[in-house]
Ligand binder design. Structure first.
Ligand code: ACO
Length: 319
């Protein structure tokens, strides 16, 4: 078994769906401003008693069902999240326990909005090396918990949700290329500075962001890494059936597609319905694209994402 293939996908969104108009009742913003700048119309917000692990488990169960597998069939769990249930243990071990499992390795990766690219690539490496046969790879976030709901420059952009894939060893190609990159010099563009010291939380516990700075860096970086991955895989851009991008901002997505010479008809777009769900956004978009009937088995997909760190990456795969 030389390859790692997606055997199933699933996703979960909290029931509470909040529109731009709903937000405009609480902060000084408008549907027109949010839609024209970002393409976002709605976001889902977790209930107070819903943790990141609950969203992750709901998405994971759907992915397992879709793959026709039981939790016991899984021998690796990787959860990408920037909003873990607790400082420790890893949310992945909480997910493992909630799924009624024990024994297999389970750990989190922290690469914020690039988290799913990092998690998928890590699981791929485990499978390629023979260290795992069937991995549950999850992106899950309750970003609403780290937003200052009085800060209109950030609170309108994000939402909660989870997406999951089951990645399994396969004789046929699945993942055919990928690349992860990072550069910590850009810490100032995006961060949640809070940390514990002297028994107290020090620093702002909410998202701090230089919006235009993030925009410029994302546009420049995403197209470059995507081009590198496509070139290294030795395929033509015209062979890509769908881009499944991180869903932060419609204008960033349009810019990347244009740079690659691909029409927006080849892009799975969910930012209007989900807003930016950080590590959950790519698997959520992937599952949504499949459920909508856009993505078909055998098609070639380019997944790409970027987030705080900065960290970014792209994965090319045959679905
Ligand atoms: N509603 C109304 N007005 C607002 C809002 C709001 N929600 N937020 C900001 N404004 C105002 C600002 O105060 C400013 O007013 P001023 O000119 O009087 O000072 C004005 O709108 C323009 O602000 P800018 O920040 O220059 O607006 P810009 O056109 O750059 O759009 C945005 C801001 C949407 C944040 C854009 O920069 C962006 O999308 N950046 C990328 C951010 C992102 O995607 N972050 C996600 C995390 S990283 C990732 O996932 C890739």
């Amino acid at each position: 078994m030389k390859h790692a293939k997606i055997l199933g996908t699933g996703s979960y969104l909290p029931a509470n769906r909040v529109s731009n108009d709903d937000l405009a009742q609480k902060v000084d913003t408008s549907d027109e401003w949010i839609t024209s700048r970002t393409g976002i119309k709605f976001r889902h917000i977790a209930a107070d008693n819903e943790q990141t692990s609950d969203l992750a488990v709901a998405a994971a169960r759907r992915a397992l069902d879709d793959a026709g597998l039981a939790a016991e069939d899984i021998d690796l769990i990787v959860v990408a999240t920037a909003t873990p249930d607790m400082q420790f243990p890893a949310t992945a071990t909480i997910v493992q326990n909630k799924l009624g499992m024990a024994g297999c390795p389970a750990f989190d990766v922290a690469a914020v909005c690039a988290g799913f690219m990092y998690a998928l690539t890590t699981a791929h490496a485990y499978i390629k090396s023979g260290m795992a046969q069937k991995a549950l790879v999850i992106g899950a976030e309750t970003f609403s918990r780290i937003l200052d709901w009085n800060d209109r420059t950030t609170c309108v952009l994000f939402g909660d949700g989870a997406g999951a894939v089951v990645l399994g060893a396969s004789d046929e190609p699945g993942i055919i290329g990928g690349k992860l990159q990072a550069d910590g010099a850009h810490l100032g563009l995006l961060k949640v500075p809070a940390h514990m010291a002297g028994g107290e939380i020090c620093g702002n516990p909410y998202v701090e962001m230089d919006g235009p700075g993030v925009f410029k860096f994302a546009v420049k970086t995403l197209a470059k890494v995507a081009e590198e991955v496509i070139a290294e895989a030795g395929i033509g851009v015209d062979e890509i059936d769908w881009i499944v991008p991180h869903q932060a901002n419609k204008r960033i997505i349009e810019s990347t597609a244009k740079h690659l010479g691909l029409s927006m008809d080849k892009v799975v777009l969910t930012v209007d319905e989900h807003a930016n769900t950080s590590a959950a956004s790519i698997p959520l978009a992937l599952d949504t694209g499949i459920r909508r009937g856009q993505i078909q088995r055998g098609q070639t997909l380019l997944l790409e994402g970027i987030g705080g760190g900065f960290a970014w990456g792209a994965v090319l795969l045959k679905y």
